[in-house]
Ligand binder design. Structure first.
Ligand code: SF4
Length: 354
């Protein structure tokens, strides 16, 4: 049985994580939260891409007040990200945050943490206790001779204990590091000791290229070990890319169904069409279809149909034209400039998997 089957069930707005519920995908806006219009526009793009839960930073009271207006205009739970100022955590909850993310290590004294917990308790708002390798307490760095998985886990368990001692257990826990294998080890240790749902991600993973690889390796290992109830891919890029990557990771691991999988050939000396351009266009185009099928985009008619056999539908390039293939059967020839449109027509008419 996977660790995630036994974690506590936590409600975040109208969504549920933990206890074996589906793994939800999160992202974080990179607009100024006070800019309600810009923030809502970005959240709507993320919702459309498949984001289940969104987090906004709340560095000041204007941002906290903006949460209420943002919430009215979006359709997914809104999480407030708090650092340093416990008053912002309280203001965020008063303005409708569905969850708050705090690092108790930088919120300050126990009294301040108690004030935050008391406000959360009144409203039954979950708290994500986040520990980052960059802010690991000095005594734990010294105890473990550096930033280690053991130190991160001890820090997280300590923080969880503080909130439990205040009589609250509506929690999600995260430990993050940009060091992938350290992160993996820390999750393996934490999962054995923590009953709360785990929010998993490789923090500060890097650019879309490097970050995708690090996130895929790290999250791939952790999720495949049955650990993790909600995930965030963290990229220096458009947050929509984070959602696309997260969905691809879950689908590749066979954890989450749905969405079209695109397979495409690497091209070779036989390729006579702009296969690379076409594959990228197809990948973007299929994002909006809730179909659970495989689409092949192959470079040539010699190997294309054969290689596309496994796919539900595919196109195989020729010289200025291509073939439309369904379940390995050639359906018709299509001029190159119409291949994308013909594929779109087919997908529009494709019966739903439901
Ligand atoms: S499908 Fe055709 S073009 Fe693509 S790699 Fe294979 S042989 Fe080359």
């Amino acid at each position: 049985m996977a660790y995630r089957d036994n974690t506590k069930v936590v409600h975040i707005g109208d969504r549920v994580i933990g206890g074996g519920n589906p793994i939800l995908i999160q992202s974080m806006t990179n607009t100024r939260t006070e800019d309600v219009e810009g923030t809502v526009a970005q959240i709507k793009r993320l919702e459309e891409a498949g984001c289940d839960i969104i987090r906004c930073t709340v560095p000041n009271i204007e941002a906290a007040k903006a949460l209420g207006e943002i919430k009215k205009q979006i359709h997914i739970p809104l999480v407030a990200d708090i650092h340093f100022d416990y008053k912002m955590a309280i203001a965020a909850m008063e303005n409708g945050a569905d969850k708050i993310r705090i690092n108790p290590g930088n919120i300050g004294s126990k009294d301040r943490i108690a004030a935050v917990v008391s406000c959360a308790k009144e409203r039954n708002i979950p708290i994500r206790v986040g520990v980052n390798s960059g802010s690991l307490e000095k005594n734990l760095v010294e105890k473990y001779h550096g930033v280690t998985a053991e130190g991160l886990v001890e820090s997280a368990i300590d923080k969880v204990g503080i909130i439990e001692d205040l009589g609250y257990d509506n929690m999600v826990v995260s430990i993050k590091s940009s060091n992938v294998m350290l992160c993996v080890k820390a999750h393996e240790l934490l999962a054995k000791q923590c009953k709360y749902p785990l929010h998993v991600g490789i923090t500060e993973a890097g650019t879309v290229y490097g970050g995708n690889i690090k996130s895929s390796v790290g999250l791939g290992i952790i999720l495949n070990e049955g650990i993790g109830d909600t995930i965030r891919v963290s990229l220096s890029g458009d947050p929509v890319e984070e959602i696309k990557t997260a969905k691809m990771i879950l689908r590749t691991l066979d954890i989450r169904k749905g969405g079209i999988e695109v397979v495409s050939c690497p091209t070779c000396g036989r390729t006579r069409i702009d296969l690379i351009g076409l594959a990228n266009q197809v990948e973007t185009m299929v994002q909006k279809y809730p179909l659970d099928i495989k689409v092949a985009v192959m470079g040539c008619a010699v190997n294309g149909p054969g290689e596309a056999k496994e796919a539900d539908i595919g196109i195989a390039g020729g010289d200025g034209e291509g073939l439309l293939i369904k379940h390995g059967e050639i359906i018709k020839k299509v001029p190159e400039d119409q291949l994308l449109a013909v594929l779109k027509e087919e997908l529009d008419a494709w019966p739903s998997n439901d």
